[in-house]
Design a protein around this ligand. Sequence first.
Ligand SMILES: O=c1ccn([C@@H]2O[C@H](COP(=O)(O)OP(=O)(O)O[C@H]3O[C@H](CO)[C@@H](O)[C@H](O)[C@H]3O)[C@@H](O)[C@H]2O)c(=O)[nH]1
Length: 474
Amino acid sequence: MQKAQLVFIPSPGVGHLVSAVEIAKLLVDRDDRLSITVLIIKHPNFDSDISSNYSRSVDRIKFIDLPNDFSDSNIPRSLFASFIESRKPRVKDAVSNLLTHSDSPRLAGFVLDMFCTCMIDVANDFGVPSYIFFTSGAAFLSLMFHAQFLHDELSKPTTDLKDLDTELVVPSVANPIPARFLPSVLLNRDMAMFLYEHSRRFRTTKGIMVNTFAELESFAINSFSDRQIPPLYPVGPILNLNGNNYDVVKKTEIMEWLDDQPPSSVVFLCFGSMGSFSGDQVKEIAYALEHCGHRFLWSIRQSPPKDKDKETILIPSDYVNLTDVLPEGFLDRTVGIGKVIGWAPQVAVLGHEAIGGFVSHCGWNSTLESLWFGVPMATWPMYAEQQFNAFEMVRELGLAVEIKMDYKMDFKSENTMIVTADEIERGISCLMEFDNQIRRRVKEMSQKSRKALINGGSSFSSLGRFIDDVFPSE
Ligand SMILES: O=c1ccn([C@@H]2O[C@H](COP(=O)(O)OP(=O)(O)O[C@H]3O[C@H](CO)[C@@H](O)[C@H](O)[C@H]3O)[C@@H](O)[C@H]2O)c(=O)[nH]1
């Protein structure tokens, strides 16, 4: 039997690492000729221990932690690319070591995260192709290509649209997109340059697996057909349905609380791995929850200290004392209807029948998880590409209601816009209406997301085509 191995290089951070490991598991389960080594890049400020949540003994998957010898532990956002670049010799050493074993299968290629495209150079050194595993949606991938094309070929960078009241026609969505709903990463010069460079390099790869499914993003997926872009493999939704290691006592308490709530009665609020709010914004959310009267489970995280000069990547933490930030008496007044927590066991929560709606930052994993469980979302994007995901879910696909689509979190200062209690309450009321059309559509999409993965489903077939590419001669 011809055997082959792939080397996976995910970016640090739960939003990228978890689905990369899950697709690796799916691949080895699907084809017993395949083995995979996942190289874990440790970033000093991300919780890379997330990888220890996975059994290190998954058959035919090996995890290697790359040594963290980056000299500065406070890596500014703008130096993220250099940080990844600095890992190249480590990657090279690790792959060379793999290949020294006499029984080592043929190295068939590298599978890289969207932010690890510099590792294409290392793959080239080994004479093997690179693939991308894209952890966001097809519409955003297409937008990345389009934005790079506008910049490189037409000298029209998306950053020029920043403060303009204009619309942009892009191939991946049917509706023109108002500039203010463009993702924050394409309106910030440094970030946009960073993305253009990755898009250029995506074009040189042998294929791109995308964490999406044809039934969800058919328009966006079709938008790739007439452009010179490597083959696309929509293989999702790729989710870790077992959740991550989570404090058992805390999880039990949360799940028992949910057990006591009526079906579809609770609104869940959670804002991803980097989401946090100023004290003033927290209070507006609290007023909205108290006033609208719906049951709620609210995951709230404390902002890291703002570092105006270095714009260091720091992630939020759980509050030591929630009363420091919530309005006086809030916890007592809402004790019968609500629960405030820190980091949430999100997948388990979304899968609980008490959950009736999800106020989300629209990170792509959260979006796919809510669709999987048939829970409608109210959009509150914060950073990265989330504004665009919100636009796609609300305007394009009719799968979410809007709280905001143009909110942008400022990592440098506290001067982020404030969403008022009225706006939040309006969004939550709309979300929690029992019999709305969106809820019905989301339930249908939930069925489709599950079907996509089973034998004969669209993503199942797509993954098969990817495997055929890895074993071309058979
Ligand atoms: O309290 C929490 C918060 C999050 N999660 C989980 O963490 C993941 C978060 O992923 P995602 O929703 O995609 O958000 P980010 O962590 O913000 O992910 C980054 O990566 C995504 C995939 O590329 C992008 O879509 C996002 O914009 C980017 O910020 C999900 O699986 C959640 O279930 C929890 O379990 N508990």
